[in-house]
Design a protein. Structure first.
Length: 447
């Protein structure tokens, strides 16, 4: 067991219990008698919360001396994804790049890294009762065993990194990763996706980066691990902070990566207005992308009735639910809907005109890609999580527990908020109060 499972602040936990059998029986009888009660709806059956664990303690246990001052930040951000670990209630998760925020200086936003020594980690958790416990953690390291860090890679392409108060520039680090999706291969190694490159990262069972697969033409140099330019060059047009986010492992071992948001093609305005993003299929055996698919978001006010900004649409999780079927999460920060899609050969657009940044209009600019001849993936709504009481905001990880049950995990951003109020006058975190939680949702009709 991870040696530091208790925290330093009181955590409010809650458990949403399922429908009692007596009530369920009464419902069935009433329905038989012709009562007006509607069908059983998806519902939260259980919620568990991660206790407070000082980030410095967590980090220095894995890699001694990496964090000198955690500024009062607790472990969080493990909600970037969720993958079953084999035993009931146990999951693999992954942190993102660590605590980070934005502060405006002279009218321009600066990206802050309050704990720059933090190293992204793979974290194994157990859900038991109303608690989420850390069982083990694996730091992500370079070939020589050094922390990769979560710092930005390239000047001019990634946001410049700054100190917690946005006053002091920090050094770029080509090894840095902003990890999001995670799956575990049969040999015990892990596959992760990253937003910076964007990239697909193969990591050993002990956390060492074996290969980082990046878009052709990225020109990432100076890394302390192998880099292979094996992804389509079109991904170089990813939005800042909107790289590869979701990752699924199909039964045959192939991987499916989801681009979080539409590409900025031909520019940022086109990307912000677009509802078409992309999924890519990668063969670990061939070490190559073998297919690409166009995925169309629903209108933003359908996904989230409180939102009217199309650029808020994102894919955060994809889950394999069959040989060629995926569960795809469309979300904003406040709501999410889960759709199923089938990956078919006739929907493959890899290597075609939509992979060229000279094609005009671009895939992202098409108001109706299907009518323009693009084979957009068909989809079917499984559940609108925004209508299920008890589901928290910013769900980034989804795992299938069984045919009828999903486990969800939220990203609490390490308790951080944006702006100058994120830290007090002593440079200590003013915690947002948002906790990391795992929520189980029962689906009456299954998936």
């Amino acid at each position: 067991m991870y040696p530091h499972a208790v925290g330093r602040r009181h955590v409010h936990r809650s458990v949403a219990l399922g429908m009692p059998l007596a009530v369920l029986a009464a419902f069935v009888v009433a329905g038989t008698a012709g009562a007006t009660s509607g069908p059983v709806q998806p519902r939260v059956t259980h919620t568990a919360t991660l206790g407070d664990l000082p980030l410095g303690t967590f980090s220095n246990t894995l890699l001694p001396g990496t964090v000198n001052d955690d500024r009062g930040v607790d472990l969080g951000g493990i909600g970037s994804d969720l993958y079953p670990a084999g035993r009931k209630g146990e999951f693999w998760t992954v942190t993102d790049r660590g605590p980070n925020g934005q502060i405006k200086v002279d009218g321009k936003k600066r990206r802050t890294f309050p704990v720059p020594g933090f190293d992204p980690a793979i974290v194994k958790i157990r859900v038991r009762g109303d608690s989420v416990k850390v069982l083990a953690a694996i730091p992500i390291t370079t070939s020589s065993g050094k922390p990769v860090t979560g710092l930005s890679n390239q000047a001019g392409r990634d946001e410049a990194p700054y100190s917690y108060d946005a006053q002091t520039p920090l050094a770029y680090n080509p090894n840095g990763v902003d990890t999001e999706g995670i799956v575990r291969a049969k040999d015990g190694s892990f596959w992760l996706v990253d937003e910076y490159g964007p990239s697909l990262i193969h990591v050993s069972a002990r956390g060492k980066v074996l290969t980082r697969y990046v878009p052709k033409g990225l020109g990432l140099t100076g890394t302390d691990y192998p880099v292979a330019e094996a992804l389509p060059a079109i991904l170089l047009h990813r939005k800042i902070n909107r790289g590869l986010e979701g990752l699924a492992q199909l039964p045959d071992g192939d991987l499916v990566m989801a681009l979080q948001s539409p590409l900025s093609l031909p520019d940022g305005d086109a990307g912000d207005a677009s509802r078409t993003t992309r999924l890519l299929r990668f063969s670990p055996k061939k070490r190559a992308v073998t297919a690409e698919y166009a995925y169309r978001f629903d209108a933003v006010n359908v996904v989230d009735p409180s939102e009217d900004d199309t650029s808020e649409l994102k894919i955060s999780s994809v889950v394999a639910v069959g040989r060629d079927r995926l569960l795809v999460e469309e979300r904003t920060d406040k709501a999410a809907r889960l759709q199923t899609v089938r990956l078919t050969r006739d929907a493959d657009i890899l290597g075609g005109p939509w992979d060229s940044d000279t094609t005009s209009p671009s895939l992202e600019q098409l108001d109706d890609p299907a009518s323009a001849g693009v084979p957009v993936l068909g989809k079917r709504l499984v559940v609108d999580l925004g209508t299920v009481a008890g589901v928290p905001g910013k769900i980034e990880g989804v795992a299938r527990v069984d045919h009828d049950t999903l486990a969800l995990i939220n990203d609490n951003d390490f308790g951080m908020t944006d702006g100058t109020g994120a830290f007090d006058a002593q440079g200590r975190l003013v915690d947002s109060g948002v906790e990391t939680s795992v929520t189980y949702v029962r689906l009456p009709r299954g998936i």
